[in-house]
Design a protein around this ligand. Structure first.
Ligand SMILES: Nc1nc2c(c(=O)[nH]1)N[C@H]1C(S)=C(S)[C@@H](COP(=O)(O)O)O[C@H]1N2
Ligand SMILES: [Mo]
Length: 401
């Protein structure tokens, strides 16, 4: 069938993204507006740990360093790596929340980014994240030598088996290309302090990467001369350097539709490493006797893929973003026009719709795929699952009299 996610999970995801049912669209305005941001408590939660760190309360939460008053971050070197001023709990100079916010006052970054797991097709949610660039925080330890990689990890109940860790090359930790926000230590989401469920008080957010690089409840950074990734997700046989993929996702649709209904298909699309040119849909009458089509088959390659409509960038960003947001300071926004230069912006998701109209009774398959700015149609150019799930989703439905 269309993907390994159960209907229940898909419903939860659609609901959490604020997406309405898809078909039919009679009562729905085809241009009906979908919010850009997912409320912080409506992200799909894939947190690990027992007890889950965000379930800790009171003294336990404080002892775990998961309150603004008790949060501390250690930054040190290992092996042959020399760090001028290690920040450690033992020396009493670990970075605390107040000092991090002071760094933020001097220079923070605000950006919109979709959170997406490498192993779950649908995005988990999209936030307005605010934090201090990792490069600024690394500057606190002074002169370093013999460093090639940055390892980092979060609170894990002091249980080795619960440790969730990730890493960046020193290059990726210090420098980012134009159009992409830098790696950040994030302390605000959607205009509010980062809640425990999303990794608060402080998490790493790596704008270009799948969720596994965005370590929640961050409390340790280690500079190393090791050149290999130590990511928990690398151990689980995933590509630890994977960037988000350009890919379209279908909302749930009813299995049965009455003939004469105006049908509109909806979904979201993620703009990944290679940018987004368009979303395309292919409607195909289907029978149970047909052989399944694959991207390699001639029918697929010669199919009538038709272009869907991507919901345009909002015109009223003030009502889209949390009250008090300085719209012109959001990453990727043109200062003069207070709107994004590229839409959807890199590493964000947008909504799309595809008008099918009225179709005769019968059984149908509908597929949606993204085409990137290099002309590759999903699942290309990276069809392998170890770099992130992006199969072309298919939904089946019946039009009945
Ligand atoms: N400390 C910690 N951070 C973590 C994880 C974790 O299990 N522990 N899971 C990661 C994975 S695999 C994903 S997909 C994202 C999910 O982020 P979210 O819960 O904010 O949606 O968090 C990442 N950060
Ligand atoms: Mo994940």
């Amino acid at each position: 069938m269309r993907n390994p996610i159960s209907a229940t999970r898909r419903e939860v995801i659609s609901a959490s993204l604020g997406i309405a049912a898809v078909l039919p669209a009679d009562a729905e305005n085809a241009n009906s507006h979908r919010p850009v941001l997912t409320p912080a408590d409506k992200f799909v939660d894939v947190s690990r740990g027992a007890p889950i760190p965000h379930s800790l309360r009171g003294e336990k939460q404080a002892d775990a360093g998961l309150t603004p008053q008790t949060w501390q971050l250690e930054i040190l070197g290992e092996g042959t790596t020399k760090v001028a001023i290690p920040l450690t709990r033992a020396s009493g100079n670990a970075l605390d929340y107040r000092a991090l916010l002071a760094l933020g006052d001097a220079g923070h970054v605000t950006f919109i980014k979709v959170m997406q797991c490498l192993n779950i097709e649908e995005p988990l949610g999209q936030g307005l994240w605010e934090g201090v660039p990792l490069r600024t925080v690394l500057g606190l330890v002074g002169q370093c030598s013999n460093v090639r990689r940055v390892y980092y990890s979060g609170f894990h109940n002091n249980e080795a088996s619960q440790l969730f860790q990730s890493s960046l090359s020193l290059t990726d930790a210090l420098e980012s290309p134009p159009g992409c926000p830098p790696a950040c230590l994030v302390y605000r989401l959607n205009g509010q302090p980062l809640p425990p469920e999303r990794g608060g008080p402080v998490r790493m957010v790596i704008p270009w990467a799948h969720g596994f690089k965005s370590i929640k409840w961050l409390n340790k950074i280690t500079l190393t001369n090791e050149f290999r990734a130590n990511d928990t997700y690398a151990d689980a046989n995933n590509d630890p350097e994977s960037h988000l993929k350009t890919a379209a996702y279908l909302n749930d649709i009813p299995e049965k539709v009455t003939v004469g209904s105006e049908l509109t298909l909806r979904g979201v699309v993620v703009c990944g490493l290679s940018g987004l040119a368009r979303v395309e849909c292919w409607l195909r009458p289907s029978t149970t006797r047909q052989a399944p089509v694959t991207p390699q088959s001639s029918e697929w390659q010669h199919a009538n893929w038709r272009t869907a409509t991507i919901q345009p960038a909002p015109t009223h960003w003030n009502s889209e973003l949390p009250p008090g947001t300085d719209v012109s300071a959001v990453y990727g926004f043109r200062k003069s026009k207070r709107s994004p230069t590229i839409w959807p912006m890199p590493y964000t998701m947008a909504s799309w719709s595809f008008h099918i109209g009225k179709i005769p009774p019968g059984t149908y398959e509908i597929r949606a795929r993204a085409v990137d700015l290099n002309g590759f149609a999903q699942p290309e150019p990276r069809p392998d699952r170890q770099t992130g799930l992006n199969p072309v989703q298919v939904a089946r439905f019946v039009v009945v009299t």
